[in-house]
Design a protein around this ligand. Structure first.
Ligand code: RRO
Length: 305
């Protein structure tokens, strides 16, 4: 029997795919739809303490091999969004609530509020590459990552995931800091800081000028980051960045990911991507005599752990 189910920090997933934060997660209804389409778990939109409009438009540019976005953390605030989470929780798959904040205290109280909505875990967004005072601006320093995770852990009793930035000299050091702070898992990677210029207009295309690159172009960066993190820490790693096929997912898993998230491929191909990726992982496992996903985790490392 080939078994696609995985367990990450006590969360039971029927397959190793999760919806990444930021795509098709504005409403409870769309999250339920994604779960029905085959996602093993759902990560919500990143929400903050108060409503926020986000950056101006254009806020997304489609490139040859990926997407560049500078949405700017648009969200209705946790109080309003909790109504959507309530609906998402009816989907019957684990729901992970994503939060962002500007200080340790704000992030910790958002994590506590998020736990109060009934989600199964909280993902701390320490890695949005283009929001002043948030995300990667506070998630690039190991000391801050450690203290943010510690404070969030002290205010919650469900698993805490730290979503890390690849825009750093050593993502292994950030992961180690998250682990020291008590994070139960790390998620890697968020988008890579980038820019696109319109030669005709002679100016950056995004209203915010700078944005985050996602999609197929960043997969090798994500796989390398997961590989480095797996060597640095003992807590589970959740891989994300450019996954659109079963082989992409298997690469991440062999680098050390216990599960994977899919975002841009959902934007590009729709929610059917989850059953496609899962089906292809299953086929790979059958063809290569793996009976459990966890038997593939980290096998690309010399010690195979
Ligand atoms: O909202 C965004 O602009 C955004 C977020 Br929160 C994030 O984590 N990563 C990203 O590329 N964009």
């Amino acid at each position: 029997m080939t078994d696609l189910s995985v367990e990450v920090c006590g969360l039971k997933l029927r397959n190793p795919t999760m919806l990444a934060s930021g795509v098709l997660d504005e409403t409870g209804k769309s999250m339920v739809e994604v779960a029905k389409s085959g996602a093993g778990a759902i990560v919500t939109k990143s929400v903050g303490s108060t409503p926020r409009e986000g950056h101006g438009t254009p806020s997304v540019v489609e490139l040859e091999n990926g997407l560049l976005n500078a949405m700017g953390l648009p969200n209705p605030g946790i109080d309003l969004y909790s109504e959507e989470i309530e609906i998402a929780l009816t989907a019957g798959v684990p729901v992970i609530g994503s939060v962002f904040g500007g200080t340790e205290d704000e992030i910790a109280s958002l994590a506590a509020k998020m736990e109060g909505t009934g989600v199964h875990a909280v993902e701390l967004n320490l890695s949005c590459p283009h929001a002043r005072g948030y995300g990667a601006e506070i998630g690039s320093t190991p000391e801050l990552v450690e203290s943010i995770c510690r404070k969030a852990k002290s205010r919650t009793s469900i698993p805490i995931f730290a979503k890390l930035t690849p825009n750093t000299p050593s993502i292994g050091d950030l992961a180690l800091a998250a682990e020291r702070g008590g994070a139960d898992a790390v998620v890697a990677i968020n988008t890579l800081k980038g820019m696109a210029i319109s030669p005709e207009a002679r100016m950056p295309i995004l209203a915010n000028k700078v944005g985050g690159l996602s999609g197929p172009a960043i997969k090798p960066v994500g796989v390398r980051c997961v590989f480095e993190i797996h060597e640095a820490v003992d807590i589970p790693v959740i891989g994300v960045g450019g996954i659109a096929s079963g082989r992409d997912a298997v690469e991440y898993i062999m680098a050390g990911a216990s599960a994977v998230q899919i975002g841009t491929a959902v934007w590009m191909h729709g929610p059917g991507i989850f059953s496609k990726v899962s089906g292809e992982v299953l086929k790979f496992m059958k063809e290569n005599s793996y009976s459990k996903v966890k038997d593939m985790v980290g096998v690309a490392h010399a010690d195979g752990r």
